[in-house]
Design a binder for this molecule. Structure first.
Ligand SMILES: *Cc1c(COP(=O)(O)O)cnc(C)c1O
Length: 427
């Protein structure tokens, strides 16, 4: 192969099409992706010019790209070791990261399992919950309950609790484990819906290992927001009926919704919590499953007193170092003020979308802005409209949405909002 760095864009795209599978895509791909040459701050340098990133690379790049502090953490760790196995060995980056996560997460979560992606952290959460009840002599408690409209990842257990209709995993109904679904949560608190949650948990309690939900914001399942009060209803019903509660904070964690973790909006501690995406500031793949001493002790008292899970790259020192640095950058600033500033900018900037034909809803929470259409978005037209405004967006289904890096300046927030409106109009 000739010198790749100098590969002309047309050739690179031809090879990409021939050999490279992209997310949720066919092989070969039907639409050429943009080629990214580099990224810095909130800008991606692409084959279609410099674009302000409205996606934070799927919720993860909260501090923007090429951040000096994160770069330095990676470089410094690279000089020590990129990786060592985690079985029988430990190291400061992993220990420091676990301590940071315990300190910043809701009170009561004390143990940390480091996983290599969000989906794997959900697998681990499910394994913890099923094994907890097995250890306590109640192996019949092995199903999960969730509400519709959720997204928890693309491996098998997570797929089984993703929205069963209209989602990406419809194809697999009949193959996946059959979980218990209740209706998607309404935006505002409704006592009748709270009753539906209570009744479903009570009715299925003998079979339920856990309830698993995304707190406050449902991400890739439909970008829906709901009242935090439902989280308290879940906590109480789970406690009343011997069911564990899992919060998937992979999208919502690290400040995105205007709380460090969305659970804080309801002052609820789950038994198990998953984090990922922004954990390393978008630098490297790493996620974590946190749990309470009750869960850990339950498992460790069982016939098989170990959690049989151990990814090859568990606790990766490079990722853990960057994660520590990213959390340091986050907590070292008034992150809430930044998120609120972006929230205000998105509220202003997206307001005109309400007047557009074909727009069903416009909603903003924290540094998340969503325009929901009354039809399936034309991805290509919407993406091109955003690119013309100098912004990178990745709409899906009936949604044009943005979750910008927290470092996005006011002018760029306004630009992103203009691009969302343009994409909603043309898509
Ligand atoms: C993205 C996401 C996942 C899956 O994480 P991956 O790192 O893509 O495997 C799980 N749950 C939620 C809520 C997510 O947003």
């Amino acid at each position: 192969m000739p010198d790749l760095p100098g590969l002309p864009v047309t050739e690179l795209l031809a090879l990409d099409r021939r050999h490279v599978w992209h997310p949720y895509g066919p092989m070969p791909g039907r639409v050429d992706p943009l080629v990214v040459e580099s990224a810095s701050g909130v800008r991606l340098r692409t084959s279609s010019g410099d674009l302000v990133d409205g996606m934070s690379s799927w919720w993860s790049a909260i501090h923007g790209y090429n951040h000096p502090v994160l770069n330095e953490a990676a470089r410094e760790q690279l000089g020590r070791m990129s990786h060592v196995m985690f079985g029988g060995l430990t190291h400061e980056p992993a220990v420091r990261l676990a301590k940071l996560l315990v300190d910043m997460s809701p009170e009561g979560l004390e143990h940390v399992f480091l996983a290599d992606s969000g989906s794997v952290s959900v697998e681990v959460a499910v394994k913890m919950c099923l094994q907890y009840w097995r250890s306590l002599g109640r192996p019949g408690k092995r199903r999960l309950l969730t509400w519709r409209g959720g997204y928890h990842g693309d491996t098998w257990q997570p797929m089984s609790v993703c929205d069963p209709e209209g989602g990406m995993h419809e194809l697999w109904s009949g193959v996946l484990p059959r979980q218990v679904f209740v209706d998607a949560p309404p935006a505002d608190y409704e006592e009748s819906y709270a009753d539906q949650l209570r009744t479903a948990i009570e009715r299925h309690a003998d079979q339920l290992a856990a309830v698993i939900v995304e707190p406050v914001v449902q991400g890739a399942g439909g970008m829906r927001f709901h009242s935090p009060a439902y989280l308290r209803v879940l906590r109480e019903a789970c406690d009343a009926h011997d069911v564990l509660l899992v919060f998937d904070e992979i999208a919502t964690g690290f400040g995105r919704t205007g709380a460090l973790f969305a659970a804080e909006h309801a002052a609820v501690t789950p038994d198990v919590m998953c984090v990922g995406k922004a954990l390393t500031g978008g630098y490297l793949t790493m996620a974590a499953t946190l749990c309470t001493p009750r869960v850990a002790e339950g498992i460790s008292r069982g016939e098989v007193p170990v959690l049989a899970h151990g990814p090859t790259f568990m606790g990766n020192p490079l990722a853990a170092s960057v994660a520590c640095a990213s959390i340091g950058v986050l907590l070292g600033q008034d992150w809430l003020a930044e998120v609120k500033r972006i929230e205000a900018g998105l509220r202003d900037g997206l307001a005109p979308a309400r007047e557009l034909p074909g727009v069903r809803d416009v909603r903003v929470l924290g540094a998340i802005g969503v325009v929901q259409l009354d039809h399936e978005v034309d991805m290509r037209a919407a993406t091109e409209a955003a690119v013309r405004e100098g912004v990178w967006l990745r709409p899906f289904r009936d949604l044009v949405y943005t979750m910008p890096p927290y470092v996005t300046g006011d002018e760029d927030v306004a630009r992103i909002a203009r691009a969302v409106c343009a994409a909603a109009k043309e898509g």
